[in-house]
Design a protein around this ligand. Structure first.
Ligand code: ATP
Ligand code: MG
Length: 724
């Protein structure tokens, strides 16, 4: 049997149709695990092997890096190592290819820089310095979101590509303009630019566009439901000559609407391309019936969707489990033990397990348990919790107080900055070496020497000495709080604008509080640091490939794993309180789709876990997610002790939430209002979806977002409108 026959043999009827219909506009709509990606990769192989088309003439795009890797891996298995698979990529990856080849058309060098989020923050740090801003005015997150929003339109390109100048009094716009200037000076492109620049080049250079149109005979798009208008415009533009476009997707898995995904593109594909063909697939090959039923059961609660009838012939398998822990320690431990148990059975290995969560900080308690139980793991698309800079900073203060070691000293002596530079440290090091003592002792004992007696250094020594004396009299969580406040770390991370870092520190504090409330005997600093050292100096020798995988649900899209744990399934986390606050009803549906995506990643077993405790981001006690209450009891078994009291409180909380009517706007654009603190201002925008006004205040000239429900503003009838 030749390879094409073998390929066909592995497909069902609909898949076969999708694979062999290579010409024209074709769409596949189907649920999770129905073999969409399989059809797409098989089709790719078919075009290469049965039609003899060179792989460099086929463009295959998807949304996330991980999904693109997965696609490439599958195609490689089908067509072998020798083909050029570099056009199997993400939208961004493809735009980089275009720019590498043709960016000189807009007088940029081919070795332009691509900025990641950290680079963006570095630029913002500079801009904040120049403009004298702090995160009190805007956090980096707000500015980055603003920048991204501005870049949804092409207008900004005039300022970097056509040297048009822009003057403004608006504070955030000023930041944006400076950011653009710095980008241009460095020939640096952020992620939004990649697509915009590529489109700009195509639109303004028909010859270049034609070159690419001619080159790409076949175009295939996976996860089309998450494509934005602009991404699809690019694809549509490129397919205009050969007119071979194949799109697949599942509207129920749209999880990037908040970032501009337009599922309508997929849903209305047949209206845009009148003679297109649509193929529907209903059989799920990935999951057991238990998992599939759970997914279907949850997603049915979404109002805006087309119902699908999915079935599977897979064997029954094991039951879905919900575990409820008394605290996050218990939750993490249960997950770790379950993994250990299953691996000990020798029916599975570590890499068969994926742990998914909605928000990054959830990984902390899970990571701790995995490390404690010696289970190797990797965090996908993120940094392990205890390796994050801010966590290391806080722990280094604690270690310096307890142990006085050089490593911690070097980490914190000038963090936050006390004006103690390299030269200063060298001087301390010289003394330490001569006297054979630690750096900290060298500084302390010679602090009155001319070279060393700087204000910053004196204060630093006083601070550490103070804690050395008091450390046994306060509990560790209080010690951390005092250190944060008095060392200037809190202020530093607050003004720094990167508020994620503050969240992580809060999560660390939270974990210490849990530890303190749990242990009858008060844990001392040495014990705590020794315990934590386990997590920070992790150097387990293990097989890099055989590890448990931790990632956010967003990262897991398009992937599959035998065992899936959805952790931190608490109200406020999933659904995310922040998204609900920002996008209300729309957010609930998207959060439900996220839950659906998480469930449908699982092949053999699915677990959902959550625990009691305090949620520092909502400021409320933690309760099971509302989605858990949407599932009838016969779809899963419950482990752990979930008291009726907690269930009642959780439901009460939800009721309170749903009876809270969306607040109506009281003012309109153009109204002049009086604010209790900032006095007169003018409403310049009313955002009903978010429930907030943008108000430009007369005295400060600043524009601030004010909630509809805020009681401290009232309308003023003003005669002298000219003031504004
Ligand atoms: P998602 O919506 O999550 O991206 P999908 O529709 O892309 O899912 P695939 O990942 O292509 O689904 O397929 C799911 C699993 O089912 C894969 O392991 C795949 O190999 C298997 N599969 C798909 N089609 C068949 C088939 N006809 N016969 C046997 N196995 C299949
Ligand atoms: Mg897929």
């Amino acid at each position: 049997m030749n390879s094409i026959e073998k390929l066909k043999e592995n497909l069902n009827e609909q898949q076969l149709e999708a694979v062999t219909e290579t010409e024209g506009f074709v769409r596949v709509i189907a649920g999770a695990g129905s073999g969409k990606t399989k059809a797409l990769t098989s089709r790719y192989a078919y075009i290469v092997e049965a039609l003899g088309i060179n792989s460099s003439n086929i463009l295959c795009v998807t949304f996330t890096n991980k999904a693109a890797q997965e696609m490439r891996k599958r195609v490689k298995r089908l067509v072998g190592e020798n083909s050029d698979l570099s056009y199997i990529t993400t939208y961004h990856g493809f735009c980089v290819r275009v720019l590498r080849e043709d960016i000189n058309k807009i007088k940029y060098p081919k070795n332009f820089i691509i900025m990641d989020v950290e680079d963006q923050k570095t630029v913002l740090r500079q801009v904040y310095n120049e403009l004298g801003l702090t995160s009190k005015v805007f956090t980096f997150k707000q500015v980055l979101r603003y920048i991204s929003k501005q870049k949804t339109s092409q207008e900004y390109l005039q300022y970097i590509l056509e040297s048009k100048k822009k003057e403004t009094d608006n504070e955030i716009e000023k930041v944006f303009i400076r950011y653009l200037e710095k980008q241009q000076r460095n020939f640096a492109l952020d992620f939004d630019d990649l697509l915009n620049f590529a489109l700009y080049i195509f639109v303004n250079n028909p010859d270049i566009l034609e070159k690419w149109q001619k080159r790409l005979h076949y175009i295939q798009v996976d996860e089309t439901q998450d494509s934005s208008q602009k991404q699809f415009m690019l694809i549509e533009m490129l397919s205009q000559i050969h007119k071979n476009l194949f799109v697949v997707g599942d509207p129920d898995q749209t999880i990037y609407e908040w970032r501009g995904a337009k599922p309508e593109i997929l849903v209305d594909f047949d209206k845009q391309f009148i003679d297109s063909k649509t193929i529907i697939m209903n059989q799920n090959y990935r999951s057991t019936p238990n998992i599939l039923n759970l997914g279907n059961h949850i997603i049915k609660n979404n109002k805006i969707r087309v119902d699908k009838d999915m079935f599977t012939q897979n064997p029954e398998g094991i039951e879905v489990v919900h575990f409820h822990g008394q605290n996050d320690y218990e939750e993490g431990l249960w997950v770790a033990n379950e993994i250990k148990r299953l691996v000990a059975d020798e029916t599975s290995k570590y890499s068969d397990f994926a742990i998914l969560y909605r928000a990054n900080h959830i990984s902390r308690s899970i990571e701790q348990s995995l490390i404690r139980e010696n289970i190797p793991y990797s965090v996908y698309g993120g940094i392990r919790f205890f390796e994050r800079k801010e966590i290391k900073d806080v722990l280094a203060y604690l270690r310096l107080i307890e142990f006085g070691d050089d490593f911690s000293f070097l980490r914190v002596v000038n963090s936050p900055s006390r004006g103690l530079g390299k030269k200063f440290i060298e001087n301390v090091a010289k003394i330490a070496e001569k006297e054979d003592i630690s750096l900290y002792s060298a500084l302390k004992e010679n602090i009155s020497e001319k070279d060393l007696s700087r204000k910053g250094a004196i204060e630093f020594i006083e601070l550490i000495e103070k804690y050395k004396k008091s450390k046994n009299d306060v509990i560790i969580s209080d010690l951390v709080k005092e250190i944060m406040d008095e060392s200037g770390l809190s202020a530093y991370y607050r003004t720094d604008g990167d508020t994620d870092r503050l969240d992580n520190i809060k999560e660390l504090q939270n974990s210490i509080i849990v530890l303190e409330t749990q242990d009858e005997e008060q844990i001392n600093l040495t014990e705590y640091l020794q315990e934590i050292a386990l997590y920070t100096n992790m150097d387990i020798e293990d097989d890099k490939n055989d590890r448990v995988k931790l990632m956010t649900i967003h990262t897991s899209k398009g992937l599959e794993f035998p065992y899936v744990f959805l952790c931190g399934f608490s109200e406020g986390v999933l659904p995310s309180a922040m998204s609900i606050k920002e996008r209300r009803a729309k957010a609930i549906e998207e959060e439900r789709r996220l839950t659906y995506v998480a469930i449908t990643r699982a092949e053999k077993a699915f677990y959902m876990t959550e625990s009691e405790g305090f949620n520092f981001s909502t400021g409320l006690n933690k309760y099971p997610s509302r989605f858990l209450f949407e599932i009838s009891d016969n779809y899963f078994v419950r482990k752990g002790e979930l008291s009726q009291e907690i269930i009642d409180e959780a439901k009460e909380q939800l009721k309170l939430d749903s009876t809270r009517q969306p607040i109506q706007k009281k003012f309109n654009v153009g109204d002049i209002v009086n604010h209790t603190i900032w006095n007169q201002g003018k409403i310049i925008e009313v955002n009903e979806e978010k429930g907030e006004y943008q108000i430009e205040f007369l005295e400060t000239g600043k524009t601030k977002p004010i909630n509809f429900e805020f009681k401290g503003i009232e309308k003023v009838e003003i005669l002298n409108q000219k003031l504004f």
